[in-house]
Design a protein around this ligand. Sequence first.
Ligand code: 26V
Length: 815
Amino acid sequence: MTDFAHCPSDSEQLRSEILHKMLGTVAAEPSRATKADLYQSLSQVARERLALRWVETQNDDRANHARRVYYLSMEFLIGRAMNNALSALGLRETAEAAFGEPGPSLDEVIECEPDAALGNGGLGRLAACFLDSMATLGIPSWGYGVRYEYGMFAQSIVNGCQVEKPEAWVQDRSPWEFPRANKHHTVRFGGTCEHHGEWAEWHAADSVEAKAFDYVIPGHGTERVSTLRLWKAAAPAEIDLGAFNTGDYQRAAEFKNRFENISWVLYPNDSTSAGRELRLRQEYFFVSASLQDILERHESEYGTFTNLAEKIAIHLNDTHPAIGVAELMRLLVDEHGMAWADAWDQCRRIFSYTNHTLMPEALETWKVTLIQRVLPRHILIIYRINQEFIDEVLRVYPGDMDLVRRVSLIDDGNGHDKDKRVRMAHLCIVGSHRVNGVSQLHSDLMVQTIFADFARLYPERFHNKTNGITPRRWLAQANPALSALLDERLGTREWRLHLDRLAELRPSADDVGFRAAFLAAKRGNKLRLANYVARELNIRLDPDSLFDVQVKRIHEYKRQLLNVLHVITRYNALLDGTAGDVAPRSVIFAGKAASSYHMAKQVIRLIHDVASVVNSDPRTRDLLQVVFIPNYGVSVAELIMPAANLSEQISTAGTEASGTGNMKLSLNGALTIGTEDGANIEIRDNVGADNIFIFGNNTAQVNAIRAAGHQPMDFYNNDPALKEALDRIDSGFFSPGERPRYHDIFNSLLHYGDHYLLLADYADYVATQKRVDALYLTPDEWQRKAILNVAGMGPFSADRTIRDYASDTWNISTL
Ligand code: 26V
């Protein structure tokens, strides 16, 4: 067991191994090696050791006839692999000693690696944290997804506006991937079906090959690993060669594109996916390849499928892999000759499903006519599942046709065939034995609102699994200064594997010496971020100012605009001398707007316009700075989280399913200012109500305000500070030369109903921000509360979340 051990005498040996590898990997001689060359050869060293662990893990699992968990997800937001691999291999300190003078430091080499950004945001990053925890807990586990050529776009800012650029994260290949030449499956589309009683023969029109690329996910404190298997689409060889042989290269290229575009690009989560055929093909492509792979492994081990549900659990990360329910039925019934009823029984025991949002516009549905054309067999299977389900419902609630209409897998579209849609969440619920939300509030709302009928039908099926984050990446690796302090104070490095041990830190909050050391660690991290901002943006941040951080996707429900209203209010108050005792603040934003999301892009532009006015005003410069850090992603987050003092979690109550950035910030010693939403509530329960700033209307109050008819104009007319802030936006004060630039924003708040109730929460938000200032001006008290935040974060380890899934959902044991 490596267990974070370090033997300094190994560094010379590692150095020579790296230099030795250089010739074979990049054909460079060591004296001329660039940072990129060093990165390539170091990754080869790590890769070989990971490969050994992978082989041993597979051998063990096979020998033990292990029950396995398969995590199906369209997104895995991995970030960089190097630092995590070195830590897991127990090589981090050795490598640190092996690099440096006269060459670059290890950290400089690590920065050569592009982020694997195969996800949009929280959902994808959660999947990556879960893989880390599954490996660490020794769960025989596989993640399955898509090997997108282009992941999340790279964001740059031009004249204050977001510009998106495609990001080819793998270039030609990633040093971390293992292409499995002999692992491929055929995925078919279109055509017709021929019925033979319960089963059918599918005469498909097209097919595409799914090729496997494996990524080893190392566990920490264990030699066990997990596997992330991503599928790349390739044209079937015959078609490709056929056109080639006749010399018709143009046709050959077209064929290739038609098939290979399936895994080209990650879809943004800006709008509903309905109607986008390529997205449906992408979902089915990876689900079918994964299920074929899973069944092949099972069959080679057992030679039968009668014990399938005893040996595998398949988790659906949101509804994106929902078609898997129909596909598993097809594979078992049509391809492997299982009776329908037996297959259905297996299916329900195998699948479980996590819902990640209550937003109605984000709930996935697909037109029946589209599924019919692309997956003719699956639509029949879905209809049969639905018929049996409805029969079951009517046995319990005879004659309740309203209920049937509400729970049906098919939204009947008022009887018009062309408007009928399949409700993917309903398919997941009916085809699974467990359904969960991602925070207590979200799980409660889920069974009270969108899935209320199902919760009545199947009460035992619904559970909560509050999200978590991996403490390895988000504390041990991202924040070495605080980690060293924790090791010293707790007298153990164990918290990396048992985050609950942070609770032992509580008494240290009252220790003056510890508070000073804690403050020094935070200041170092702030300096690190300030240097980055100076380098990238040429803006100077005062490391002693309060770093007030809101980093997440830009979305109206997350209310970055409320934060901007506070900034403008503060600026106005500083100018007219009514601000009182304020702490110098640096307000830091980062996040991407979906490319077609106009309002979100306007908010980014407004932040830049406000920043340019505020930052250049000599009257306020020392007290208020605003920055927008471009291209937010995992690596930028690793820099920002450790440097934050204040964590902005200000979504309208009832809209943010959980949040996970809230956990990363608090774990790194930021205090939260937040609404009673998502996991904020549980963070409060764990860090203590005195150590968090909760404000605004709660979910019940939000519902009441909406029911009574929210009147944003009343707030505008009755609150002079609010009126002044809004008028400044609308008057062109921040957009001289283009007065109408922010009319849309102004109108969305005052004339189109202020859907997310910014104006209803504004006054309490601004008042709470004043309390934040007062506390920051009492550094001892601030430090004490910050320490108590870190100490309370034990339950938010993804290890805890995964243990909960393992025992309540997957029925599998952990280390
Ligand atoms: C949201 C929306 C909003 C309306 C427009 C269309 C659309 C499409 C997708 C989404 C996001 C759906 C799923 C998601 O990413 N949820 C996030 O999951 C995180 C992990 O559980 C959780 O922490 C976040 O609160 C939740 O938003």
